[in-house]
Design a protein around this ligand. Structure first.
Ligand SMILES: *Cc1c(COP(=O)(O)O)cnc(C)c1O
Length: 456
């Protein structure tokens, strides 16, 4: 297949792609969860078949086996979807294929700066935060904790970026840290065991601030506190105001993992959960969750741009003001980077603050609806009040094992109307429904309730 002929026919090729995309959006036939067998691996073609034939082949063999995790009844993990505007933006990302590393040789880094500005306003973050796009909340946590680690070193005149972590010994304190925090600590050479778990309040996943203070007093050397703003099981929030107060008395870096909880700022009813977030030295917020932009996308914010530069700079000779000319490759783990900001820019322009507030309120209302039904059902037990968009529940049985839950969820997945993921909540095997897709409406909750009633 002649690649230059394909360039001439690009319109036809993209029309065909649009047809496939339209079919996906207009016919809601794909189940949200499913079981797929291992593919039998084929040999690399020597002669290519061209893009049209490849599109046909993909459509015939694979398109029907996609899971509709981008649809209104996929409640696994915390999974957003893609808004129409974000999809349009994302297609253009690949069309232009910019390397958004910086240096102002294209509008791409400037639009990233603009989008970060929008997002700071959306989440009501102080102007003093510097922000970048990375691939996900895990990498955002990793990036922010790398800056925190640099800060720890500086407290005893050690430049970790040059000397490494070998001369350091410090603690990381958290109540209900997300699994990606442990992964980040491993990647950073801080080590998973450095995390000292502080007990949470009774029947809560929020940290007991008094116990945190006792630990800080006892440690009495610079450390890292990871506050959680939106836990994955029950969307619980640490008291960011009280933890902020502790910063006046103790020397620690405050990182806030607000992967999806950060969106509480958009809702009048829930904004109090993130009060005090500006006390954070660094913040993680995901894009591909509640912002409903396609994978992969997240933001990291930090108030310590100079330290961030020390960690990530790609050459010793760095000049210039990154606020004016954001050379992102000196501030993020990547050097070459996708123009990841564009879908976020598109969707924020298209729907604005109000559009996003509506999505957040609707998702929370749908979670409440499901939670209210669970509470009255004689088949399920609600394990925690529905604070925002996650419903955490379990089967009402005497003895319930994790395998029972997995077995039940397998039958639900087989049925194909709805998809949940299993969890352990305070030792209890449980089911979680996280509602974070802009498309989820009342009729989807009704279908979900019917499925839960029917499937045993
Ligand atoms: C989802 C999530 C993460 C990890 O996010 P990825 O985007 O999957 O890397 C981290 N922290 C919290 C609280 C999350 O909900």
């Amino acid at each position: 297949m002649n690649i230059f002929k394909e360039r001439e026919a690009i319109g036809t090729l993209l029309d065909k792609t649009v047809q496939i995309a339209e079919k996906y959006f207009s016919t809601k036939q794909l189940p949200p969860g499913r079981y797929i067998n291992d593919l039998e691996l084929k040999d690399l073609p020597v002669k290519g078949i061209g893009t049209i034939e490849t599109l046909n082949l993909f459509y015939k063999n694979y398109a029907h086996q996609i899971a509709d995790s981008n649809g209104p009844r996929y409640f696994g993990f915390v999974t957003g979807g893609t808004t129409p505007a974000a999809l349009a933006g994302d297609w253009l990302v690949s069309t232009y294929d910019q390397n958004a590393f910086g240096s102002n040789d294209s509008i791409a880094p400037q639009l990233e700066r603009q989008t970060i500005h929008f997002l700071k306003q959306l989440f009501e973050l102080d102007n003093s935060y510097f922000g970048t796009f990375v691939t996900g909340a895990t990498v955002s946590n990793f990036t922010n904790l790398a800056i925190a680690r640099q800060w720890i070193g500086e407290q005893s005149q050690i430049d970790i970026s040059n000397e490494g972590v070998f001369n350091l010994n410090f603690k990381v304190l958290s109540g209900t840290a997300h699994s990606s925090i442990f992964k980040s600590l491993s990647m950073l050479g801080i080590g998973r065991n450095s995390l000292q778990k502080i007990d949470t309040l009774e029947n809560r996943e929020a940290i007991d601030v008094d116990l945190l203070e006792m630990a800080l007093k006892q440690i009495n050397t610079p450390c890292i506190v990871i506050a959680n703003a939106g836990t994955v099981n029950t969307v619980d929030f640490d008291d960011l105001v009280a933890i902020g107060e502790l910063k006046k008395k103790y020397n620690f870096w405050l990182h806030v993992d607000a992967a999806f909880g950060g969106f509480a700022a958009l809702s009048e009813k829930h904004a109090h959960y993130v009060k005090g977030i500006n006390n954070a030295d660094s913040i993680t917020i995901d894009g591909h969750k509640w912002l409903n932009v396609p994978y992969d996308s997240a933001m990291q914010f930090s108030k310590h741009k100079k330290l961030q530069l020390k960690v990530f700079q790609n050459s010793a000779a760095y000049l210039g003001d990154p606020d004016v000319s954001p050379d992102y490759f000196h501030y993020t783990p990547e050097n070459s980077r996708r123009f990841r900001a564009l879908p976020a820019w598109f969707t924020l322009m298209a729907y604005g603050r109000e559009g996003y507030a509506e999505i957040i309120e609707r998702n929370c209302a749908m979670a409440k609806l499901l939670g209210d039904w669970i509470e009255t059902s004689d088949k399920f037990t609600l394990l925690s009040p529905v604070r925002m968009n996650v419903v955490c529940f379990t089967l009402k049985r005497k003895e319930i094992s994790f395998d029972d839950i997995k077995g039940y969820l397998a039958r639900i997945r087989e049925d194909g109307r709805v998809f949940f993921t299993p969890t352990l909540y305070k030792g209890v095997p449980a089911i979680r429904a996280a509602i974070s897709n802009w498309q989820t409406q009342e009729k989807d909750i009704q279908i979900t309730i019917e499925a839960l009633k029917e499937i045993d």
